[in-house]
Design a protein around this ligand. Structure first.
Ligand code: ADP
Length: 645
């Protein structure tokens, strides 16, 4: 029995040994790391795979505590797990971070079970699996996801994801900002809420293409309506999101081009405004390219060329200019194209469609695209009327100049003729008068009373004729500048008394009283004979235009610089508006054929010329009751033995 017991025991021992050997074999040769720990966490055993995983030898591991091989965090997890394990709460595998002998970290997934010894837990047995690769990948994934999320969130461009039905799943800050909303009112809403119908349509058609597998590289222009109703513009690029083979949604990136679109719109508006101004400007405007071909022309431009727009655009400027104007246009274009700015306008003679010539004053400036000159812009003004007027004026001027020259020529001939004729008349007349005087004096024998009367008539008329001829001669000499004056010291007192004495008989004939108020005057520098002629003329006129029993007053006095002579009468007077005209040649207040008074209107003009040559002044005044003539003559200035006028 005992033997049997012993043999039973032996058998058991053997089979235990066998099983232990089998187990040991399994343990040692297992693919996965295995170990046993006592309840303090001290390693009791570890297979080779385990030791390899820790890069350690058996001696280094067996007897060491598990805490030496775990990171503090993993140790914490292990303690908790052990408790949960003991409470039967958690039985599954757990991942731990272990520190190898060479200080490198590895991740292992460990399955534990308790080792029982007679109803008592004596330790734990663990099977581990190296999950380092997987763990690293997970971490990288996490990092890359975080990076992506960061990029997504903080990207300058709006980004979003939508599900296949078109509901917004995510949207970054830039996206929310563009829509002017928050995650609460945007995430979960349908994309159509934020797009104009047209944009919705175009995005949808692109998405359909992408879903059907077509690659679509181009951005889709979209018009977005933000929460406050303002419209914004963007360019969206979308791509399909897939999980495996299943399309789960769409990812979109939008570039905000609102500013660009707004600038484009403003540009369009300003272009339209410019076009409007250009088209309807009063002045002709055009553009030509570098070769001189018309690129555009406005209505006023068409009008001046009398042509339709389509007849001008595309043609060369040479077609519309005279050869001379084309030559100057070429020079100007050359300058314009070499960027020389020309401020002053140029006048071109245009050849219109109907052959008519017109003129335009044109200002030009180069058209630039960036730094490149691409053509010329011109603004003109129709100056045809002005030019025509100028031409007419010029024609007149030329004609006038010619007439004037002819007139001068004729005048010279006339003056010459007058001078000759008067001379020729004067000589025989003087001789006639001389002989008549001799006859009248009875030097050549006695004559009877009747004969005497006749001779006196002849004498009077001869005198008149001689006076007239002398006046004509003086006038022509004045015109020729041949009236030679003989200057010397003269006494106006003697001139006045001599002339007054000479005209006395004529005054007596008309019973005209002559009153004199003549001061003693200093001598002046003058031509005595001519001054006598002036005073005589004025006195004879006074007698002539004063009725019987009238009065002539002669006054003469000196002031500081002048001698002033005043001859006034009580005659017919001179109208105020004729006071200056009476000094013009051949002027008579009554110039009619039936005029009462004789004369030819030369006397006063000669007087004026003579007084002018004495640096004096002569003028007339009249108050309707007679005329007053004034003469102002400069006094001599005595300086150091010399007389100066
Ligand atoms: P005429 O030989 O015709 O007198 P004048 O040159 O001496 O030429 O005078 C020009 C004109 O001036 C006269 O025809 C006359 O109309 C006017 N005139 C000149 N002196 C007087 C005067 N004292 N009273 C009124 N009219 C005068």
């Amino acid at each position: 029995m005992v033997t049997k017991d012993i043999s039973e025991k032996k058998k058991l021992e053997i089979s235990l040994k066998d099983s232990e050997a089998k187990y040991r074999d399994l343990f040692e040769n297992a693919q996965d790391p295995m170990y046993t720990l006592d309840m303090n966490g001290t390693f009791l055993a570890m297979n080779n795979v385990g030791l390899n995983a820790l890069c350690a030898t058996k001696d280094e591991v067996i007897g060491s505590n598990i805490s030496e091989w775990l990171t503090p965090e993993s140790m914490e997890i292990a303690r908790n797990r052990l408790k949960e394990y003991a409470d039967g709460i958690y039985m599954g595998p757990t991942v731990y971070e272990m520190v190898r002998k060479d200080d490198k970290h590895i991740w292992v997934e460990i399955k534990n079970r308790f080792i029982w010894d007679g109803g008592r837990i004596t330790g734990t047995h663990g099977i581990a699996r190296d999950v380092t690769e997987q763990k690293k990948m997970e971490q990288e994934l996490k990092e890359s996801e975080a990076k992506y999320r960061d990029l997504f969130e903080n990207a300058n461009d709006p980004m979003y994801t939508i599900d296949i039905a078109g509901f917004i799943k995510t949207m970054n800050k830039a996206g929310l900002e563009i829509l002017g909303g928050t995650e609460e009112n945007i995430i979960g809403s349908h994309i159509s809420k934020w797009l104009t119908p047209e944009s919705m349509k175009s995005s949808q058609s692109v998405l359909e293409k992408q879903i059907s597998g077509e690659t679509w590289e181009f951005p889709v222009p979209i018009e977005v309506i933000s929460i406050d109703g303002t419209h914004k513009w963007g360019e969206a690029r979308t791509r399909i999101l897939k999980e495996g083979n299943i399309i789960t949604g769409i990812h979109g990136v939008v570039r905000d081009i609102t500013e660009k679109i707004k600038i484009e719109q403003r540009l369009l508006e300003s272009e339209a405004r410019y076009r409007d101004l250009f088209e309807n400007a009063d002045d002709p405007m055009y553009t030509i390219d570098m070769d001189g071909i018309f690129q555009s022309i406005n209505n006023a431009g068409c009008k001046i060329l009398e042509a339709k727009k389509e007849e001008i655009i595309g043609t060369h400027i040479v077609r519309w200019l005279t050869p001379e104007s084309f030559e100057s246009a070429k020079q100007r274009i050359k300058k314009n194209l070499s960027n020389v700015s020309i401020e002053e306008p140029v006048i071109y003679e245009l050849v219109c469609n109907n052959g008519e010539h017109r003129w335009a004053e044109i200002r030009t400036r180069p058209i630039k695209e960036g730094n490149r000159i691409t053509g010329i812009h011109g603004i003109g003004r129709d100056i045809t009327e002005k030019i025509k007027l100028e031409q007419k004026l010029n024609d007149y001027r030329v004609k006038l100049e010619k007439s004037y020259e002819e007139l001068l020529e004729a005048d010279n001939v006339k003056t010459e003729f007058m001078s000759n004729v008067t001379h020729e008349l004067l000589t025989p007349l003087t001789s006639i008068r001389g002989f008549v005087e001799l006859l009248n004096d009875e030097t050549m024998g006695k004559i009877n009373a009747e004969q005497k009367k006749s001779l006196e008539i002849i004498l009077r008329n001869s005198d008149r004729l001689i006076k007239l001829i002398k006046e004509l001669l003086d006038t022509s000499n004045l015109e020729n500048n041949k009236l030679g004056l003989q200057f010397g010291l003269v006494s106006l007192n003697s001139i006045l008394s001599k002339t007054i004495q000479d005209i006395h008989p004529q005054a007596n004939d008309k019973q005209i009283t002559i009153i004199k108020h003549i001061q003693q005057l200093p001598e002046i520098w003058g031509d005595e004979e001519r001054l006598v002629q002036v005073i005589t003329n004025l006195l004879i006129n006074a007698i002539k235009f004063t009725p019987h029993k009238g009065k002539i007053t002669i006054k003469a006095k000196e002031d500081i610089e002048h001698i002033k002579i005043r001859i006034s009468d009580t005659g017919i007077g001179i109208p105020a508006d004729k006071l200056n005209s009476v000094f013009e040649r051949f002027y008579q207040v009554d110039g009619s054929a039936k005029r009462k008074y004789g004369g030819v209107g030369l006397g006063l003009s000669i007087c004026k010329s003579i007084i002018d040559k004495h640096y004096g002044k002569i003028w007339a005044e009249s108050n309707g009751k007679g005329s007053t003539f004034y003469i102002l003559l400069p006094k001599l200035e005595y300086k150091e033995g010399e007389y100066n006028v």
